[in-house]
Design a protein around this ligand. Structure first.
Ligand code: SGN
Ligand code: CA
Length: 553
């Protein structure tokens, strides 16, 4: 045969081979392994994705949390349905939107009649345990063994509610929660059952207090400022302008910036919240003599130095100083979260337990790290709306996968149940992420998510709003106190600096999204009547001390 003919034949064969490979890949869908996996659900409180190096390393390196991303999947568009603590947790446990499970804000108690996914896992034969911060106002249901922080919990020498009553443990909260997690794995895990283990950190929640071993290192660091630190909220709506979460004007001096109360007195500074001293005493006041000595050796000279400069500092300088102070403490907290994630991953690897264990790392919502001049969360804008989500599952998830779909905390319950071969109840409102974990991405059809924030009037004064979010746009309705719509072009304006609701170029987009939003509200069972009813109850409770609510502290 001539050389040229052989070559032709080879090309044709190669082509046929390629086609058959492709159609085969289409046919062979990955399925769940038969053996039921163990599940470890790690969640930190207020851990912004900007502070995880798998997402961005402009602030801190988190090598251990990153291991989960490297060995599993990283979701870059994971979000919450209501950016605040207890509502997010209730949504995670029930797989339902807040207006259905009742925990619309941090104030009202959780509806105890709601089914939570750990109850179903327990019924299906899973051993269940929970350590750390639940912040729910209730003890968890369906949990064999728990040690949870009451309310917001404390950073130093914290109290815990357990199955056997209240205990106090000496040490730093993040280390203690991981000690409890490891102790359970080592000593009380039943080998004949799969397990569902919750390990939920309090850090880095306000007031952002690091472990004593990190005081020195982190207070010496200087961090990159966000581009929008000096945002004047021009081009946004009333809600952004009236929110009380600005680093310069709304942070507490003692509790947040850690200025000693007596120095505040000397300088004649008062906190807007009126908490001046209480906030400092609540945490720093709990330290034992040893912890306090390390604190004073680092924070006192830093504050003495500030005291000498304060009266000559401009507003810009003060803002910069407060931003650095904030980041030093917040990221100091993240350092110990990351170290402790490493302890857990090491243990699982050493024992081989990692082989059949799903590991989830997430936060109850995002957080502002100075973007728009803010701290805290609540808004549907990206830094608080999006949340980190990393999942590792050996032999199921392809290591190093990045996924950009709009997945939500609403989806976690159904995902975990399906992974455990339990059929989720029909009234859950999320969508299982299993197709995305298996790599069967074409089975995923969601193109928009729904959001609703309620806690107003209240701390930080973020107005009530609901919203629809697609990959391209975000349309929000601030409906109480004002009646304002906002539209952001997510592709052109990722920092959400310009509300384009009245820009004629977007007229068609607005009509389409308003219609889709109405449909979503209907689909999920939300409505204006319900909004008014919830608001009425909230205002009534605010004005009537006899109505039972869960205080924030
Ligand atoms: C506390 C914080 C607030 C925070 C709420 C809710 N103040 O009240 O800044 O927004 O909790 O947080 S603090 O100075 O007392 O810490 S949440 O995580 O529980 O939703
Ligand atoms: Ca939170």
């Amino acid at each position: 045969m001539k050389k040229i003919t052989v070559l032709k034949i080879m090309v044709v064969l190669l082509f046929i081979g390629l086609i058959s490979c492709k159609s085969e890949a289409k046919q062979v869908k990955k399925t769940l392994p038969e053996k039921r996996p163990n599940i470890i659900f790690m969640m930190s409180d207020d851990h912004a994705y900007q502070a995880i190096s798998a997402y961005s390393n402009h602030l801190i390196e988190t090598p251990n949390i990153d291991r989960i991303a490297k060995e599993g999947i990283k979701f870059t568009n994971a979000c919450v349905s209501n950016s605040i603590c207890a509502p997010s947790r209730a949504t995670i446990l029930t797989g339902k939107h807040c207006h259905i499970h009742g925990k619309v804000d941090n104030v009202f108690p959780f509806d105890e009649s709601q089914m939570t996914f750990p109850q179903l896992l327990k019924e299906a034969g899973y051993q269940t345990a929970m350590f750390g911060k639940l912040h729910f106002g209730n003890n968890p249901k369906g949990i064999d063994e728990f040690k949870i922080l009451p309310g917001q919990g404390q950073y130093y020498n914290p109290d815990f509610n357990t199955n056997e009553g209240k205990i106090t443990v000496e040490g730093y909260v993040t280390d203690i929660i991981m000690d409890m997690t490891l102790d359970w794995l080592k000593n009380r895990r039943q080998e004949d059952k799969p397990f569902m283990l919750f390990s939920m950190q309090k850090a880095p929640h306000r007031e952002w207090l690091p472990a004593p071993r990190h005081f020195k290192e982190y207070t010496k660091k200087t961090f990159k400022e966000p581009e929008t630190l000096f945002d004047d909220y021009e081009g946004r709506g009333t809600a952004a302008k009236t929110a009380e979460m600005n680093l310069l004007t709304h942070m507490n001096w003692a509790g947040d910036s850690k200025l000693y109360p007596e120095m505040m007195k000397e300088l004649g500074i008062k906190d807007m919240s009126g908490w001046d001293f209480e906030a400092f005493d609540r945490e720093v006041g709990r330290m034992n003599a040893e912890q306090r000595a390390v604190w004073d050796s680092v924070y006192k000279p830093m504050m003495e130095d500030f005291k000498t400069k304060y009266s000559t500092m401009s507003k810009t300088e003060l803002m910069k100083w407060r931003y650095q102070r904030y980041m030093q403490d917040y990221l100091g907290c993240i350092a110990s979260v990351d170290e402790n994630v490493g302890r857990l991953l090491d243990y699982l690897e050493e024992t081989g337990l990692d082989e059949n264990t799903i590991i989830v790392y997430t936060s109850d919502q995002g957080f502002y790290l100075g973007e728009h001049g803010w701290f805290d969360k609540r808004f549907v804008y990206d830094e608080s709306f999006k949340t980190p989500l990393l999942i590792k599952w050996p032999n199921v998830i392809t290591p190093g996968t990045t996924n950009t779909e709009m997945v939500q905390n609403l989806d976690f319950a159904q995902t975990i149940l399906e992974a455990a071969h339990v059929v989720p109840p029909a009234d859950m409102q999320g969508e299982s992420l299993i197709p995305l974990l298996l790599g069967n991405d074409d089975e995923w059809t969601r193109d928009a998510v729904y959001y609703h924030y309620y806690e107003y009037p209240g701390i930080h004064m973020v107005k009530r709003h609901y919203a629809i979010i697609t990959q391209d746009y975000k349309l929000a309705h601030f409906y109480y106190d004002v009646d304002e719509w906002e539209l952001y072009d997510r592709k052109k304006d990722p920092q959400e600096m310009k509300n384009v609701i009245n820009d004629p170029t977007y007229a068609e987009v607005v009509v389409k999204l308003k219609k889709q939003l109405l449909e979503l509200r209907k689909q999920y069972g939300d409505s204006s009547e319900l909004d008014q009813e919830i608001l009425r109850k909230y205002l009534e409770a605010k004005n009537n001390p006899d109505i039972e609510t869960v205080p924030l502290h």
